[in-house]
Ligand binder design. Structure first.
Ligand SMILES: Nc1nc2c(c(=O)[nH]1)N[C@H]1C(S)=C(S)[C@@H](COP(=O)(O)OP(=O)(O)OC[C@H]3O[C@@H](n4cnc5c(=O)[nH]c(N)nc54)[C@H](O)[C@@H]3O)O[C@H]1N2
Ligand SMILES: Nc1nc2c(c(=O)[nH]1)N[C@H]1C(S)=C(S)[C@@H](COP(=O)(O)OP(=O)(O)OC[C@H]3O[C@@H](n4cnc5c(=O)[nH]c(N)nc54)[C@H](O)[C@@H]3O)O[C@H]1N2
Ligand code: SF4
Ligand SMILES: [Mo]
Length: 743
């Protein structure tokens, strides 16, 4: 083993950490259970950020093959009250098939993988980390993780990379998903953390659903709204803003089919009309906000005429929207990727928050700006510091006091954590192109389907000297570019904690054995940490111990969870944060900022006045249409799990390109025939559905079918990488394309 680590940042890291020490004996690597429980087990659904409670029933042996674990809604889970959708209900059928069961390695990408031992896998990892540090320094290491990690996985990965190894190049697929919501909340309110809760859905009287197909992507929340609406139609008004008609807009009182990328203009235009109606909570604005003057000047310029022209909607519809907002006792805004995945995502999130603050629709039941998180633990990732600029407890690597607090907690010398933001995932791709990365470690995400501009990502990854993939399943698209595959124990096989959209934390217990030699992600990161000489930093024997260390670091922060532990969650069920030490079970806060005080230097929320700039790649003569990419109810992302359940493929057996009749006529396309969709970056072929449900000039593809699927249609070969300059979230909802019939 190499005796020293010649290249750790010599100025920054004094003392013993310059030399990596001899490997230490390791605690048992996994927490997977040996005995299968006989009674039902409670957990959180591992799919979307609604975070429904599931009750998992063990297999029954009836002579033949044992049945899979079966799932049903957990009536005791406060977030979902017994409800589930088709994905949650079928999760038991996805757990066994097609799993990765041993580490595998190949030296060259043109060779097949060969199974290796964990011992050998760690030798390879350790050697590559040491080589990279020696040749390129900490900046040559990068990890790309996922909102499907448990909080413990996130915490340990970040401690390893940002703490022990001195590289902030940890990013997660939340970059593609929630980072505009994070930066929007931080800029407007001073901190991340959605201020609302699901009970607000039961008391709001107008709900604005902007850039979200809630019916398909957060179905249990949508059913909760529909149930109320069915009882008393007038009790609840739904407004949907989406360039497509969707299952969500089908239930709406008002659907604004805006031009893609024009949301910010719409919000400012709504502000204009609210000002004109005098819907301004003056005392609140004066006491609790700053920046009103600049915002009202900006709103003044967004007349109904200007707004309608920019958004491509009728002035009457704008007026109706303003009337609904003005007349409502409680307005709740829900949003998701149609807002976040935009070059002006952060400004648009703040645009939503602005309207709530100014009109007094904030901080009380049934009112507020409520970001719907995508993944089951996107929230936990934010809490644990799972983006390139973050540290645990909603801290930032660029704040010296934050670094010092975390270094002290981690038992690392001052200066161990680098003071600059690390590489975002697209920054990691560009770093590979430049030859700057010696190790790209992808875990719990499938970027060879989900990142934009896939041909470029593939070439970049293939040029990287060492790509590691921690995966639960075999044969994913990203495995094609990897050297080393690490089999991951997944949800149900490892204990861990997830936080859902309403800040509710649920313990997900381990109740099935992991297949083969699969290990929990956190245990893999911790083992490597010990082998690199950081035995004191990675000492845990269980996820519960990891969690205890993490929550202690949140004390006094907005996301204070210092009163939580695995044992408390096991005994008392899911809890909402803030939950400081000493909080009684059930006494977490349903809402934030009800007192009108905000964690900004002035204690006031900031009204952000930024005008819209439009799409990064607007349509033009050569590429006259806007392609938007989204989801189907029955499929989860890149289909590694849901693609295994035949029932889930019934409604959409293949991806379908939605085209408006006028565009179909213009490009000579017939319903049911094949079309080529071409952008500046590549082309794919898809089956056409001619439908009035999409706005003319816009076409839609689902994101799910990557190139390993039978009906492959890699939508993201077409997408560009241009991103919001504040959140660095790419504009995954819009690229300019053209169409042609395929013979
Ligand atoms: N069934 C299912 N549910 C899921 C997931 C899944 O894969 N499958 N994934 C989860 C994850 S990680 C996420 S992030 C969420 C995503 O949840 P959503 O954001 O609701 O889902 P999408 O289909 O990506 O996009 C939502 C809508 O944005 C619209 N849109 C496109 N461009 C614009 C625009 O410029 N403005 C506006 N206002 N709307 C626009 C699209 O037409 C689409 O209907 O879903 C979560 N839930
Ligand atoms: N054009 C376009 N592109 C998009 C989007 C869009 O709307 N439009 N949406 C974006 C968004 S919001 C998201 S969230 C991403 C999602 O994109 P991805 O994150 O790439 O999608 P998943 O299929 O969920 O990938 C998760 C992987 O982790 C594996 N896995 C599951 N559990 C575990 C575990 O415990 N440990 C490990 N190591 N592996 C595990 C699964 O098998 C799967 O391969 O896509 C983004 N891409
Ligand atoms: S709504 Fe989301 S969390 Fe609930 S069961 Fe469906 S996929 Fe799971
Ligand atoms: Mo997402």
């Amino acid at each position: 083993m190499a005796a020293g680590l010649p290249f750790r940042n010599l100025q920054r890291v004094p003392g013993p950490f310059l030399t990596l020490r001899t490997p230490q004996a390791s605690p048992a690597p996994t927490t997977t259970p040996t005995a299968i429980p006989t009674a039902a087990v409670r957990s959180q659904c591992p799919y979307c950020g609604v975070g429904c409670g599931l009750e998992m029933k063990p297999p029954v042996e009836n002579g033949a093959l044992p049945s899979p674990w079966t799932a049903r809604g957990d009536r005791h889970h406060p977030s979902s009250q017994g409800q589930v959708c088709v994905k949650g209900a079928t999760v038991g059928e996805t757990l066994e098939g097609n799993r990765l069961t041993t580490p595998q390695f190949r030296e060259h990408r043109d060779r097949p993988f060969a199974p290796i031992s964990w011992e050998r896998a760690f030798e390879l990892l350790e050697a590559q980390v040491r080589r990279t540090l020696a040749e390129r320094g900490p900046g040559g290491l990068a990890i790309y993780g996922s909102g499907q990690f448990h909080t413990e996985d996130y915490y340990v990965a970040n401690k390893l990379l940002k703490g022990a190894l001195g590289s902030n190049n940890f990013d997660a697929n939340s970059r593609l998903c929630m980072s505009s919501a994070v930066s929007g909340y931080v800029r407007s309110l001073g901190s991340d953390g959605p201020p609302c809760c699901y009970d607000d859905l039961d008391v709001a009287d107008t709900v604005l659903l902007i850039g979200t197909n809630t019916a398909e992507c957060h179905p249990v929340l949508f059913q909760r709204l529909l149930k109320r609406k069915r009882k008393v139609k007038e009790a609840l008004r739904l407004v949907v803003v989406d360039p497509r008609a969707t299952a969500t807009s089908d239930a709406a009182d008002l659907h604004l089919a805006i031009r893609p990328g024009s949301d910010l203009a719409l919000l400012h235009g709504l502000g204009h009309l609210l000002l004109a109606k005098g819907v301004v909570d003056r005392p609140y604005v004066e006491r609790s906000t700053e920046g009103f003057e600049a915002l009202s000047d900006l709103w003044a310029s967004w007349t109904p005429e200007a707004t309608a022209a920019c958004c491509g909607v009728a002035i009457d519809d704008l007026q109706r929207l303003a009337d609904l907002w003005a007349g409502a006792g409680g307005v709740l805004s829900l949003w998701s990727m149609g807002v976040n995945q935009s070059v002006e995502g952060s400004a648009t999130v703040s645009g939503i928050v602005n309207l709530h603050l100014v009109s007094g629709q904030f901080g009380r039941p049934g009112a507020g700006p409520f970001s719907l998180t995508g993944q089951p633990n996107a929230m936990g990732g934010r809490e644990a510091g799972g983006l390139a600029k973050l540290l645990p407890g909603y801290r930032s690597v660029t704040e010296a006091p934050h670094r010092a607090e975390v270094e002290a907690h981690w038992g690392l010398p001052a200066g161990s954590i680098a003071p600059e933001s690390g590489l975002t995932v697209w920054g990691q791709v560009e770093a590979m192109e430049r030859g700057d990365l010696g190790l790209w470690w992808v875990a719990a995400t499938n970027p060879l389907v989900s990142l934009p501009w896939l041909d470029r990502v593939r070439a970049a990854a293939l040029s990287c000297p060492f790509v590691v993939l921690s995966e639960a399943y075999a044969g994913t698209e990203t495995a094609e570019v990897a050297h080393l595959l690490l089999p991951a124990a997944q949800w149900s096989e490892k204990a861990g904690v997830m936080t859902n959209s309403e800040r509710r934390v649920t313990l997900c217990p381990a109740f099935r054995p992991a297949p083969g030699e699969a290990r929990p992600d956190w245990a893999i990161f911790a083992e490597l940490g010990r082998r690199l000489g950081f035995a004191a930093q990675f000492p845990w024997h269980s996820a519960a111990e990891v969690y205890d260390e993490f929550v202690a670091l949140t004390a006094g922060r907005v996301c204070d969870m210092s009163g939580l532990s695995h044992s408390l969650l096991a005994a008392h069920g899911p809890q909402q944060w803030p939950f400081p030490a000493g909080t009684d079970p059930g006494d977490g806060a349903p809402r934030l900022y009800g007192d009108g005080r905000f964690p900004t230097p002035s204690g006031r929320a900031r009204l952000i006045a930024e005008g819209p700039a439009g799409l990064a790649e607007p349509p033009d003569e050569a590429f006259p249409l806007v392609l938007t990419v989204g989801r189907y109810l029955e499929q989860w992302h890149t289909m590694t799990r849901t693609g295994q359940v035949p029932r889930l493929l019934e409604r959409h057996a293949e991806p379908v390109l939605e085209v408006h009749p006028s565009d179909a006529a213009r490009f000579g396309l017939l319903d049911g025939a094949l079309a080529e969709v071409r952008s500046r970056r590549g082309a794919v072929t898809a089956r056409v559905a001619v439908t009035e449900r999409i706005r003319a000039g816009t076409v839609f593809l689902p994101m799910h079918w990557g190139r390993s699927q039978e009906n492959a249609c890699e939508a993201n070969r077409l997408m560009h990488e241009l991103a919001c300059p504040i959140s660095h979230q790419p504009e995954l909802k819009a690229a300019a394309v053209t169409l042609a019939p395929v013979a």
